[in-house]
Design a protein around this ligand. Structure first.
Ligand code: ADP
Ligand code: ASP
Ligand code: MG
Length: 468
């Protein structure tokens, strides 16, 4: 069994879908499952759609029309005229249903996460239906399934948590035995029967769930770049594709911002040791990046540099926290109760302050939660008012080879210092596989390029090992 996932740009239009078809035709695997994302930008447009409807802006109807035209155009270019009626009818029905949902939002002035997930799910429902029919007409008979019938989640509608054993059981017992199955990514269903989605970028995760359940020999994720690059190619023109990574390295790079891979994707593959390859739909001859339990040894100690923007740094400080047992626990509990994800934690050695990194969007909410929890201490000036700094970025250097390798952090910090870049906080993962620094966002771009040049470029091959 081979599982393949094609992202938004790989199904963006008829030409991309034809390219995808030619990739599949090269395959000799007797059984394949293909997961597709929504057509490029469609999820963003669906979000605008419910926002406009909720804001009582009748322009949502225009947007709906544009979305429909985009999907119809793909059908017209992929399916012979005489065969278009059935699929066009099906797509029209889906759009009328979506129109009803939007009218409901418009009239009721109500927009819950449940409704948002329901609207966002249309992107993958539409793209998978069209891709499946396009396959039929290009010599790739297949069965289309709805991933909501196989992926069971909790009710965190927009970032739903998958119930793994139940999901695997449904997939193993109920997926059709066809040689080629087409499935939408991203979408799932809660135990209460409502549509949920797996978080932005979640189609990668859908594919890895299918791969793990079906014990695939390989998962291929097809996107618009030649694999995982040494850093975000949009931020550093010198970035290049990494040949091999361990699961842990890939997970860290993804977690700290390498958008090409959705971070939760790796976990289901690890237990079953299923290798993952990241490939480029528009350059299929390139080897891409192989991610596995046993990557080939590399002289490169730092394998990649990631960067996440839109972060906030929150600091709690004051004499009232020194030597008080349970202080940190109360702090983290207050944040956790708001469902806020913490990216890093540092504590000063005198215990006079704790600094945490979290997403900028959740900064104010965290300040409120902590201020409430420690209201008495703040009122009595035992604690300073909670401080929030934005916009911040985290730059993370990742590589298994950094383990027990002295000097890398020192080199990185002095390089940034020499260029006048102030490091606001430093965190090293307990595994020594990652060193991350927190900087002001206006400095982050330059920091990524400086570090990238230092660790990846201008290094004669023979001296690579010595340097890193
Ligand atoms: P898809 O729609 O196929 O899932 P994404 O847009 O989610 O594709 O991810 C691919 C994009 O990720 C690339 O176009 C690239 O701009 C961006 N990206 C960010 N960091 C990296 C990285 N380290 N390596 C490769 N691509 C990266
Ligand atoms: N279409 C969804 C998104 O844009 C899921 C995905 O593309 O992976 O977030
Ligand atoms: Mg993606």
């Amino acid at each position: 069994m081979l599982v393949l996932k094609f992202g938004g740009t790989s199904v963006a239009n008829a030409a991309a879908i034809r390219q995808l078809i030619s990739i599949l035709k090269e395959k000799e695997n007797p059984k394949m499952l293909v997961v597709v994302s929504a057509m490029s930008k469609v999820t963003d447009l669906l979000i605008s759609l419910y926002q406009q409807a909720a804001a009582q802006d009748p322009a949502y109807l225009e947007l709906l029309g544009q979305l429909e035209a985009k999907h119809m155009q793909a059908i017209e270019e992929l399916v012979p005229m005489s065969q278009q009626i059935e699929i066009k009818g099906r797509i029209k029905m889906i759009f009328r249903e979506l129109e009803d949902v939007c009218r409901g939002i418009y009239l009721l002035d109500e927009l819950s996460d449940c409704t948002k997930a329901r609207v966002m799910a249309y992107g993958e429902r539409l793209s998978s239906a069209i891709v499946s029919v396009a396959f039929q007409h290009h010599g790739l008979p297949n069965v289309l399934v709805d991933s909501r019938d196989f992926i069971l989640t909790d009710s965190t509608y927009l970032n739903a948590k998958v119930k793994l054993p139940a999901t695997y059981k449904l997939m193993q017992e109920n997926l059709p035995a066809a040689a080629l199955v087409v499935a939408p990514g991203f979408i799932a269903r809660s135990t209460e029967g409502k549509t949920t989605v797996l978080g932005r970028g979640g189609s990668d995760y859908t594919a890895s769930l299918y791969a793990a359940a079906l014990n695939a020999e390989l998962l291929e994720i097809w996107s618009d770049v030649d694999g995982m690059y040494t850093t975000d190619p949009r931020k550093a023109a010198a970035a290049y594709s990494i040949e091999e990574l361990s699961y842990e390295e890939a997970m860290e790079l993804a977690y700290f911002g390498a958008k090409v891979l959705y971070p939760p994707t790796i976990a289901p593959l690890v237990a079953a040791k299923i290798p993952l390859v990241l490939k480029n739909t528009f350059n299929p001859g390139h080897k891409g990046t192989l991610i596995s339990a046993t990557p080939a040894a590399s002289t490169q100690k730092v394998k990649g540099i990631s960067c996440i923007d839109h972060m906030a740094v929150l600091t709690v400080s004051g004499s009232g926290m020194v030597g008080v047992p349970g202080f940190a626990m109360r702090l983290f509990k207050a944040v956790a109760q708001e469902n806020i994800n913490i990216y890093f934690i540092t504590q000063s050695s005198s215990e006079q302050s704790i600094t945490i990194g979290l997403s900028e969007a959740e900064g104010e909410k965290a300040v409120e939660a902590i201020s409430q929890e420690f209201a008495d201490d703040i009122a009595h000036e035992l604690l300073n008012p909670v401080a929030l700094e934005t916009p911040m970025s985290i730059v993370a250097m990742v590589g298994n080879g950094m383990v027990q390798q002295p000097g890398i952090a020192g080199k990185a910090f002095s390089l940034l210092g020499d260029h006048g870049i102030n490091i606001r906080a430093i965190a090293q993962g307990a595994t020594e596989r990652i060193i991350s620094v927190v900087l002001k966002t206006p400095d982050a771009h330059r920091a990524v390029n400086l570090l990238h040049d230092r660790f990846f470029l201008a290094v004669p091959a023979s001296s690579e090992a010595a340097l890193a």
